[in-house]
Design a protein around this ligand. Sequence first.
Ligand SMILES: Cc1ncc(COP(=O)(O)O)c(C=O)c1O
Length: 475
Amino acid sequence: MPPRVVENTPYYETEQWPGPLSLSNVSTSTDDIITKHISSIDSAECDLYSEDGVWIVDFNIINNQLERWQRLLPRVKLFYAVKTNPDPELLKYLSSHPMKIRFDCASHSEISQILSLSVPSDDIIYANPCKAPSHIRYAAINNVKKMTFDNLTELYKIKHHFPTAECILRFKVSEPTPCDDPSEGAMYELSKKYGVTIDYSREILLHAKRLGLNVVGLAFHVGSGQRNVRTYKDHIQEARRIWEIAGQVGFSFTLLDIGGGFMYSNFEKAANAVNAALDSEFGDLIERGEVDIVAEPGRYVSAPAFTLLTSVIAVKGETEDVGEKRMVYLADGFYSNLQGAYWPGELTAPTVVRGKRLYTPKSTLPTSSASSDSGIEVGDQIEDGDNASVDDQEGGVATLMRGDLQEYTVWGPTCDCMDVVLEDALLPKGIEVGDWFVFKDLGAYSNCTRTKFNGFRMSHKTYYIHDHGVDIGVI
Ligand SMILES: Cc1ncc(COP(=O)(O)O)c(C=O)c1O
């Protein structure tokens, strides 16, 4: 298992936050919604689950990402990878976007979700090289022809259930260029699981030929969250070699699928690498209009538009018997929206915003009260006004927590010790129950991996920021 996140950039170094929040601002930015949401929750009397995480989705950011794609990779058709974030409002938005977005689906239910939006079956790639037979039958019934494969048995399954499918061979490079820097590379190395090497490509294509199947092209995936953009060149070079082998076997390929792996942070570099490799390796075919180039980005599209706001539901102070670190427990954790905690680099550094604090213990026990025989101090009840005074300090409700930092362990809400969000995190001093954590750029592989573990809820309130205003849903 890869190590967990062990280091968290202090929020003030990231400069992600524009400054203290203001309740008087009425524009519809993510930060305004954060302010209003936090101010509206009073944990002493709120409805069940009101402390749970809420999502804030900004469609202006999605639109920017799509336009950026069109500007920098105009020759590459975008098939959004539904698995990354299947939020129904996001899929609706993409399916009606003027740029004509197509879709990469991994299963029957994703295909069905996309078809229900009136997307033509030709605009779907069933991009899972190892499919359940019943799902192939579903694709056949619905004429979703384009599907990937990377093994012989898959060819027999396709032959049996959908002999007229347009098959796409998934490959991986045998020897990728090593990274100069160990922190480069992919967050998720998908080639461990999928893809044939060039050495096996002739044999599997010959099998496909003998079975009378229609193989129309090639697909690869450089790994999700790819920081080493040179790998696109390696793959596109290898694709051209396999393309030639396919010609020798008797196939006339027409489709090159360059997969995902794109990040919003290094997209310019990745697009330059892709464009240069397409020119040098496929320039002749592109000029003659003999190749359709497509990609399946997921993270690039959805990650930057989604912000998770989740509350602190429990705290163990550093002066209690928990070691040196303060421990906080969030309403969301590894088993809900924060599975990214498991993957180094996936979670952005959170910022912390003060909420309504009602349960802050007094820092010292009262000296005037008598001790009972058991050693428990008596007369230490919370008195009216004790807590109100806490909110009056340090800026009040819905302000960004600033000032000194201290070390924390941040846990999720389940009783499992694997449910750790951040270890050794440097965060503002004195986080209390009722405060809120804000995780920006969390729209990839987050809401789609939620579970019901320990009985927690899988649906969350979601604010959708559109040009026309804010819609609220529950996903
Ligand atoms: C086949 C396939 N296509 C596309 C994607 C999306 O990748 P990314 O989010 O890196 O763009 C994935 C991610 O696992 C995938 O498996």
